[in-house]
Design a protein. Sequence first.
Length: 164
Amino acid sequence: MLGTAKPADALTVDDLKRHPIWRFVNDDSIGETAVQPMEHVPVTSLDGKLAGTQVQLANGTVAWAVVGSVVTSNPRLTRHFREISLERNGQWFHLARYHDYDYNERGPDALAQFLGLSVDQVFPIAVDLRQLVRCTDPTVLVFDIELNPSEQLSRDEVIALAVP
């Protein structure tokens, strides 16, 4: 392992340029979101890891992002639980998923406002993690973050998917 652990929300674009994959570690002195950089990339799995990469917004703009909760062995779980944070001027915006309790405060409209763009200029957000991960089903690594996901589960369905 390279370097020392740091809180995930303290990652910078420079950190991501040097080390695009970070794994969660158990370090109570830092907190439950402590991460350490992975030495070898590509990795075989993103379980328990964050991926830093550039993504493309609908208007063609490229932005830095941190993507998490990508389970390469379960594309459906990934579609509903993947997380993305986008950077602008050294600040990060953590986009709420459609089923998150704070969706109204951290949803697509708030992200567009954070980026200084319209919602139509932001969504869909194109993500491609293939250069960072080797897996048997690379289709789970290329996806769009849509304004309105094509499949939205009920609260009970979300819970059942999360806790099989």
